[in-house]
Design a binder for this molecule. Structure first.
Ligand SMILES: Nc1ncnc2c1ncn2[C@@H]1O[C@H](COP(=O)(O)OP(=O)(O)OP(=O)(O)O)[C@@H](O)[C@H]1O
Ligand SMILES: [Mg+2]
Length: 112
């Protein structure tokens, strides 16, 4: 299993849900976060002003998917969310060792 974490503009939530639903996933966790990307990296004074990072409201969507669905979902997310403007967001992918459905104790290929 792979964990996909999408950090993006708040208005992109519906687009992310659409991509996940299209790939037959409804399980997700959505968090309101504050975030900062690289937008001030060109500021020459950055090193002196490293307390002045401009944190903006973003959403973080976490979804765990089967390995074989990962590539398609990531491609669709990138295509859906890209405007070409700075601040479109980031997608991070990591491996998930195990999942357990608490109600039934199920593991393995039943969990998602
Ligand atoms: N290295 C990182 N680690 C954790 N979160 C990050 C990282 N980079 C970006 N984020 C999160 O993603 C959000 C959006 O980042 P953003 O799209 O501005 O990235 P960027 O690298 O500056 O790319 P761009 O040049 O397209 O703006 C940030 O507000 C932050 O919440
Ligand atoms: Mg940025």
């Amino acid at each position: 299993m792979k964990k996909i974490e999408i950090i993006t503009r708040t208005e992109n939530l519906e687009a992310v849900k659409r991509v996940l639903a299209k790939n037959d996933y409804s399980g997700m966790t959505v968090t309101s976060v504050m975030g900062c990307g690289n937008q001030i990296s060109s500021n020459k004074d950055f090193e002196k002003l490293n307390v002045d990072m401009n944190l903006l409201p973003r959403i973080q969507i976490m979804a765990v998917v089967w390995d074989e669905d990962l590539d398609e979902i990531v491609v669709e997310l990138q295509e859906e969310l890209s405007t070409g403007s700075v601040g479109d967001g980031k997608i991070f992918v990591s491996s998930v060792d195990e999942g357990i459905r608490i109600r039934t104790g199920e593991r393995g290929d039943k969990i998602l």
